[in-house]
Structures are given as structure tokens and as C-alpha cells.
Ligand binder design. Structure first.
Ligand code: PHE
Length: 329
């Protein structure tokens, strides 16, 4: 048996293949179960050993050769066909669009900006200050000298610095002092910022959170002014569905001091800010003559406000980077 003729025929046949379907037919015709090459290989067993050896090697090599040719041609044809398909693809202008996912603000950023807008509309300037503070601004200048028991109210992250003792600010109040050292009344400012407390965490406590300090100083400022500002602020932020109450409280840098609590829709009373009339000792420490000036100060817990407004029941969610949570806003 001579496979020379068969080879020639097969190669000519292969040049005629134009697409994948024809290629498959070609493969079945020669390599399929009843294919001609298969037949040749099967009939080897009837030959003498010598002939079988010679023809067998030749036929097997040929089979391999043709198989690899088929593979090559196949990948070529696949490429061609996808190209033509792409070209023929029509744009279906009635197909629904693909929704583009936009980034968006974190709920805390969002609420912070809203609150800033409201205070700006009432004539307050926005001031910012450092996260790392000195003991002086965070405590001493705010009428909380070293060894004052009130220091315990602010569990503090101390930094390992020497000789100056630095800390992560426990509240935004140090900016009252920094601002008044450099500016004279009358003024009204707000200070948004991040604060830190060395505390264990639970649903309503976290080791860092956001505050917004407010400070208004002039010659005749009273608690009535404070109440008006705060009520206006809360109304603008929450609408009319809120109740507020003031309770006496103690902060060394105000006298008298109070806490503001509010109720929103069906929530419980929740403390949302500390406040009071600026203590004469604070005025003294910034070089004001205490008798000349009056002012109120307040510190709003931004996280608490966000939790009330968006009905978030765990403060830790705000810091979790959990997209299931964040994508709701
Ligand atoms: N700085 C106080 C705190 O973080 C809040 C406060 C601010 C109280 C201003 C009175 C006046 O607890």
C-alpha cells in the first residue's frame, strides 16, 4: 500500500476548506472512525512485520501532521469568524443601557457638609485644626489643669514624645483657644474635625469620631442666643419632627454648662452635644479681658447626628468600609 496518493489528495482537499463546518467534515472524512487515514492504520495489522513497520511509522507521522494542520487551520478560522461577526454586529439602540456606578460621599462627609452649610448660612466661619495636639491646648488652656479630675472624662491617646507631651485631640475644643489667641471678637466659627478617645468600643462608642465645635463671642451673648442658633440648626437639618431639651452638665471650660438631647421621630432621647457659656478662665488664657466678652461654645457629635438621621444603630458601621452598608447612601 502506498500512502503517497492519499497524502496528495488530502492536502489538496484541505486547501479547499473555507470554514469551521467544512473543516469538521474534512476531519471526519479522513480521521473519523470510518475515515480513510483511520482505515489505513487499522489495516496495518494484516501486513507483514517489515511492511507494517515502515508503513506504520509513515502513516502515524502523517496522521500527526494532518492533525496539527487541522488545529492550526481551526484557530485561524475561529479568529476570522469572530472578526466577521464583530463587524456584522449591529448596535441595538433599543437595548437597555448599562448603569454606570458613580462613587459617592461617605454618610459622615455628607452630613458634615450639610451641617457646615447650615452654620455658614447663619454667618459662621469654618476653621480647621490639627489632630495632634499639645496638652496645653487640649487641656490646660481649657481650664483643665494637670491632675484635674475632669481630665478622666477624656480618655486620651498619648504619643511617645519627649520632652513635650503630645496627644491625639480628644475634642475639637482646643481650636477655641487657638482661634481666640489669634483673633479678636466679635466672631462666630465652627470647627469640624476628627477626635480620638482611648475607650473600648461598642454600638455607640468608637476610638475615633467626628465633632463640630461652635464658638460665638461678642459683647452681649446669652444662652438665649445659643438656644436660637441650635434650634435653628436642628430644624434645618431634621425638619420640624424633633424635640430638644437642655440638661445641666459640667465642662471645665464653660459656666454654666449643659448637654443637649434630642428626640427624632420615634427615637429615644439621645445626647448630641455638650455646650455652655465660655468660662472666664478660657478668656484669660487667650489674653482677653473676661469682663469685656461673653460667648457660647458647643461640641456636636457628628456620628450621633448621622446615626439619628440615617437610622444607623451601630457607630462602628461608619468606620467599617463595608460596601453593603456604604452603598445604601
Ligand atoms: N468638648 C466637649 C466634649 O467633647 C464638648 C463641649 C464643647 C462642651 C464645647 C462644652 C462646650 O465632650
Amino acid at each position: 500500500m502506498d500512502i503517497g496518493d492519499l497524502k496528495k489528495r488530502i492536502f489538496i482537499d484541505l486547501t479547499k476548506v473555507k470554514d469551521l463546518a467544512e473543516l469538521e467534515q474534512f476531519r471526519i472524512k479522513y480521521l473519523g472512525r470510518k475515515g480513510e487515514i483511520t482505515f489505513v492504520l487499522k489495516s496495518l495489522k494484516d501486513l507483514s512485520i517489515a511492511k507494517r513497520k515502515k508503513l506504520g511509522t509513515e502513516a502515524n507521522q502523517f496522521k500527526k501532521e494532518i492533525e496539527s494542520k487541522i488545529e492550526n487551520l481551526k484557530s485561524q478560522l475561529i479568529k476570522q469568524e469572530t472578526k466577521t461577526k464583530e463587524r456584522e454586529k449591529k448596535i441595538d439602540i433599543t437595548a437597555p443601557g448599562i448603569r454606570i456606578v458613580h462613587g459617592h460621599l461617605h454618610p459622615l462627609t455628607h452630613i458634615m457638609r450639610k451641617i457646615e452649610d447650615i452654620f455658614q448660612s447663619m454667618g459662621f466661619r469654618i476653621i480647621e485644626g490639627p489632630d495632634i495636639e499639645t496638652e496645653y491646648y487640649n487641656f490646660d488652656a481649657l481650664n483643665i489643669p494637670q491632675d484635674h479630675p475632669a481630665r478622666d472624662a477624656w480618655d486620651t491617646f498619648w504619643l511617645k514624645t519627649k520632652p513635650q507631651r503630645l496627644l491625639l485631640r480628644t475634642h475639637t475644643s482646643p481650636m477655641q483657644v487657638r482661634f481666640m489667641e489669634k483673633n479678636n471678637p466679635p466672631f462666630r466659627i465652627i470647627v469640624p474635625g476628627r477626635v480620638f478617645r482611648y475607650e473600648s468600643t461598642d454600638a455607640s462608642h468608637f476610638y475615633n469620631f467626628y465633632q463640630l465645635e461652635g464658638l460665638m463671642v461678642d459683647t452681649h451673648i446669652s444662652i438665649a442666643n445659643f438656644k436660637a442658633v441650635v434650634e435653628e440648626f436642628l430644624k434645618k437639618l431634621f425638619g420640624e419632627e424633633i424635640e430638644t431639651r437642655m440638661r445641666p452638665s459640667y465642662y471645665p471650660f464653660v459656666e454654666p454648662g449643659f448637654d443637649i438631647e434630642m428626640k427624632y421621630l420615634s427615637s429615644d432621647w439621645l445626647e448630641i452635644m455638650g455646650a455652655g457659656m465660655v468660662h472666664p478662665n478660657v478668656f484669660k488664657s487667650v489674653g482677653y479681658v473676661p469682663g469685656n466678652w461673653q460667648g457660647f461654645a458647643f461640641g456636636i457629635g457628628i456620628d450621633r447626628i448621622a446615626m439619628l438621621k440615617y437610622k444607623i444603630n451601630d457607630i462602628r458601621l461608619l468606620y467599617s468600609s463595608d460596601l453593603h452598608f456604604l452603598n445604601q447612601f
